[in-house]
Design a protein around this ligand. Structure first.
Ligand SMILES: [Zn+2]
Ligand SMILES: [Zn+2]
Length: 244
């Protein structure tokens, strides 16, 4: 049982980390810069950590740019104030993500053209073969270590880890919590300390300061990813662009 719980926690936090650090704060907002080497390093970590639910970083960034531009309007890809439940929100997000991925949705804007892509890796990581291999490896781990079949109910979360995190953040971060700022939308801070989604549930603070690397603003708020960003900056792996 301890192996299963450890595996679940590791997969949860590694996926949440790479989505927040690389896809969101680096690709979509360029809060910091990094060398080509580290860019490829974190790109490969995205493949490893998101596994069967790999999200193409460039498409993620374009989709997220649409969210900020149209926050909580009918053009927002995933506002909980437009979609009646979290499943229709996920479905519409997937629909637009697929259009971006296939090149038929605003892929030629100035913002989109600046984004890095790694087609060789994208094709492999986005293909059925590697997704299937990751999924089979999760199942194999559970077959080996799960004490009974009830634990297999956790497997769908592994299969869809990246989109599940995204859906929860977008649903809760625009529906439940408190506001520090009037951003003209419905963005909220769901927790004072977001220990589950690496600070992503500070949507109200983030929409107010979209390029600020620290999502916590008030003294009682804590963004768990920020100390990691500072450490990576001190190690000269990244260079902060917009300060704190
Ligand atoms: Zn938002
Ligand atoms: Zn953002």
């Amino acid at each position: 049982m301890v192996f299963i719980i450890t595996f679940f926690i590791l997969h949860w936090y590694s996926s949440a980390f790479i989505q927040s650090f690389f896809q969101h704060r680096y690709m979509a907002h360029k809060m910091f810069t990094m060398s080509k080497f580290w860019e490829k390093f974190f790109y490969l970590l995205t493949v490893l950590f998101q596994g069967s639910s790999f999200l193409h970083p460039k498409s993620y960034a374009i989709l997220h740019h649409e969210h900020h531009t149209h926050s909580d309007t009918e053009h927002d890809p995933h506002s909980p104030h437009v979609f009646k439940d979290i499943f229709s929100l996920m479905w519409n997000t997937k629909r637009i993500y697929t259009e971006i991925q296939q090149g038929s949705f605003k892929n030629e804007t100035a913002f989109a053209k600046r984004l890095m892509a790694w087609p060789t890796v994208d094709n492999i990581a986005h293909g059925f073969g590697l997704r299937f291999l990751f999924a089979i490896s999760y199942v194999a781990f559970y077959i080996k270590f799960a004490p009974n079949y009830w634990w297999f109910l956790l497997l769908p979360i592994h299969f869809l880890m990246g989109p599940i995190h995204g859906a929860f953040i977008n649903w809760c971060g625009h529906k439940y919590g408190y506001k520090n700022f009037d951003n003209g939308d419905q963005s909220k801070n769901t927790f004072f300390w977001d220990l589950f989604f690496m600070g992503e549930c500070f949507q109200n603070n983030h929409h107010r300061y979209p390029c600020r690397a620290n999502f916590a603003v008030k003294w009682y708020e804590f963004d768990i990813l920020y100390p990691i960003i500072i450490s990576l900056s001190k190690l000269r792996i990244i260079r902060l662009v917009h300060g704190t």
